[in-house]
Design a protein around this ligand. Sequence first.
Ligand SMILES: [Zn+2]
Ligand SMILES: [Zn+2]
Length: 314
Amino acid sequence: MPLQSPTLRSAVPEVFFSLGSFSAASSTSIEAHSEYSKCLASNSLDIHIVFFLFPLHSILAFQSPLGLKQGRLMFSYSIFLLFSGLALSLAERFWPRTPQPLVRRGFFLDLLYLFFNAEVVGALVAIWITNNLPASVILPFRETLQLGWLAQQSVAIQTLVLLLVKDFIQWNVHHLMHLVPALWQFHKTHHSTVDMDWLSNWRFHWIEIVVYQVVLYVPATLLGFSSEAAFGCAVISTAFGHFAHANLRIHIGFFKYIFNSPELHAWHHVHPDYGPQHRNFAITFSFWDWLFHTAYLPAEPPKRLGIREVEISL
Ligand SMILES: [Zn+2]
Ligand SMILES: [Zn+2]
């Protein structure tokens, strides 16, 4: 089994920790650096997904087994990633919530996550599974649940319905990740970020990626949502994730009651010594938080982000 090979095992942590510790060491003390590495070490399983997903990602991107214009979609997706990243990086220079360098602590680690934690991969895996199951399995399933009407709707309506349903499930899963200590062990990877920007949207433990992506998208495509709707939903969720994590001091007015935003999500990441915990669980839509009284939005942004497990002196 490739992951167990001694050569790979010895090489992997070196790459992983050097990426994580380089960014921490650039502006913190040796003690803080070692604390940071310890926290990352607790998530060393993350590196496995790198070697698992890399070939999978490539196969899905270039072999076009999904019955849609895979190569073109993946190309558009890469262009979207590039331009949204550039646009947000530029905006963060002009209107930062917290002044911080472009190559901030954790930058290279998050770049690694960017390549291997793509939500769109979850959607592609789900599309591939559904397309490869025989109709004799899928049709009775859809007929029993009376969901044949779904396939007759336009891609835009399917995408919106899927986005709403998926977002509400994710809001609940996210809430549980905070309230159940065993689940928090996985989710704290995401909260380990101390200097947040759009790239922080990618720092997740691989278990969360499996739960959020494959486990959510497989039933969606099995139920009859089209490949395009699943793919579109993944791209829209990713775009909102980028926006919500951006280091931007902006107010979106009334839209804060509808969409997640940097001002809301920064308070989700507030350090426990600097603000209340377990607020603003929104992924794409913020109305779940306003509806269930978990929204929290003071006038000023939080003074410090992160968790106690990552005690880097500021
Ligand atoms: Zn969270
Ligand atoms: Zn976040």
